[in-house]
Design a protein around this ligand. Structure first.
Ligand SMILES: [Zn+2]
Length: 459
């Protein structure tokens, strides 16, 4: 079904749709793309992002900040739909084959309350808490009230993964996935699952906005994205942020009481989170380049081979990943697959590993979040590297123990000096365990190895 509610089109897009009889003039309002020093599409007001050129003797001002989505300038219109959204009959009917845990229910009730009051709130839930399921009742409630829902996520991979889950949970609803390469860009959705960038196609379209992984790149690094999110929402829209590792700014807002927060400190299986171990391994980057592995790493790898444990091996750069691949082949006769963002086969490689192929998988930060592999250990190489911020280290640590059958695993940070981020990540995980234990949520008391409590090596 073609979507004409809450959409915004460039002049070229609108004229094409109008010609095809898909949109009528009476159903839209038009605004000049740039006026009053504001880009009406991305709400940029900063002079440095406006460019100019002369065309047929006329000075044209255009916006560079949203230029990836075709040019908006001061002599063409943007067209905004006035048509209200029509929610499909029975869209709200929820098909669930499981019951929420009491903790998930706590978050679900919090979210429903945010929706009812049209407020903004954050669910801060540890990795493996079952965040997606926490939102189902709220989505059902919104749809029942004829409200349109948007689930925004920074990364296209996660959009693709989430669409079938939402389709299964809401079998009568129209669920569409929008990302750079999707072919559903013009389709209507009761539930729109979208990368944050694709929100640029909407104007006051949604009544409930869920922003998943709100702390993740690129949402926190691209100032345009929060503006697009705001523009895509109706003024009365409720907004729910989901995160396992909120940004410092959000953490401060939570502490001050400026951002309503529901903290979920335990996983849905109610076993404690595993604490990372720190292991000094010298200058690993240099060693890898020279085709060597420090004894500490070799010992760990041999132990994994002897005990038949599978592991994800995180590297900070693509270069380090290739070197590690070569070193493992040379020293341990291991053929290990390597995945990174520009690797065209990454999806099939990850799928194969998930299905049990290979004992190890080398990866850059692309598998930092969103991936679930049962019964896995994790090692971070060069954990002192600047790419490993506190949130990244917490997320990577959160890859182990996600399956209730295998609720624990080993996390080891091989480093060349402990960084503040490493310490802060470990503290954050411990704090969550303690909070969960104090609330009598856990099935077992969190265990700490002595080595994980000692921060001997300072940078
Ligand atoms: Zn713009």
């Amino acid at each position: 079904m073609f979507d004409i509610s809450g959409r915004e089109w460039t002049e070229e897009e609108y004229l094409r749709l109008h010609e095809q009889g898909l949109v009528q003039e009476k159903d839209v309002v038009k605004v000049i793309g740039i006026h009053n020093k504001t880009c009406e599409r991305c709400l940029n007001q900063s002079d440095e992002w406006f460019g100019t050129f002369i065309y047929k003797g006329q000075l044209i001002t255009y916006c560079r900040q949203c230029l990836d989505f075709k040019m908006v300038d001061n002599c063409h219109y943007l067209y905004r739909s006035l048509m209200p959204a029509k929610i499909t009959q029975n869209a709200h009917v929820l098909n669930l084959d499981f019951k929420l845990s009491s903790l998930q229910q706590r978050a679900s009730d919090f979210a429903k309350n945010i929706l009812k009051k049209g407020e903004t709130g954050i669910i801060w839930a540890v990795c493996g808490a079952g965040k997606t399921e926490m939102m189902f009742e709220t989505i059902a409630l919104a749809l029942q009230q004829q409200k349109r829902v948007c689930w925004a996520i920074p990364r296209a991979d996660v959009v693709i993964e989430l669409v079938p889950r939402l389709k299964q949970a809401f079998p009568y609803a129209l669920v569409i996935g929008l990302h750079g390469h999707s072919d559903e860009k013009m389709d209507y959705g009761d539930i729109v699952i979208s990368t944050t960038h694709q929100l640029i196609r909407f104007y006051q379209a949604f009544d409930l906005l869920i922003i998943d992984e709100v702390d993740a790149f690129p949402y926190t690094f691209d100032e345009m994205l929060p503006r697009l999110a705001k523009k895509a929402c109706k003024p009365t829209c409720a907004t729910i942020y989901l995160s396992a590792t909120p940004s410092k700014a959000d953490q401060i807002a939570i502490k001050k009481g400026a951002l309503k927060c529901c903290l979920i400190p335990a996983r849905y299986h109610l076993y404690s989170l595993d604490i990372p171990k720190f292991q000094w391994a010298g200058n690993l980057e240099k060693a890898l380049k020279k085709g060597r592995l420090p004894n500490a790493v070799l010992r760990w790898m041999r132990k994994k081979l002897a005990t038949n444990r599978r592991a994800l091996l995180f590297v900070p750069t693509i270069e380090a990943g290739h070197f590690l691949q070569q070193v493992l082949k040379k020293l341990l006769k291991l053929e290990v697959a390597f995945v990174y963002s520009s690797d065209e086969q990454r999806i099939s490689k990850v799928k194969a590993f998930k299905e049990g192929e290979g004992q190890f998988l080398i990866t850059t930060m692309i598998l930092e979040r969103g991936v679930t592999i049962a019964d896995i250990d994790v090692a971070i190489f060069c954990a002192e590297h600047e790419v490993y911020e506190e949130s990244a280290l917490v997320q990577i640590s959160g890859r182990v123990g996600r399956n209730p059958k295998y609720p624990h695993g080993e996390i080891i940070f091989f480093h060349y000096g402990i960084t503040e981020a490493m310490d802060a990540a470990r503290e954050q995980i411990k704090r969550m365990n303690q909070s969960a234990w104090k609330q009598h949520l856990l099935k077992e008391e969190p265990k700490y190895e002595m080595s994980s409590l000692l921060s001997i090596y300072r940078y």
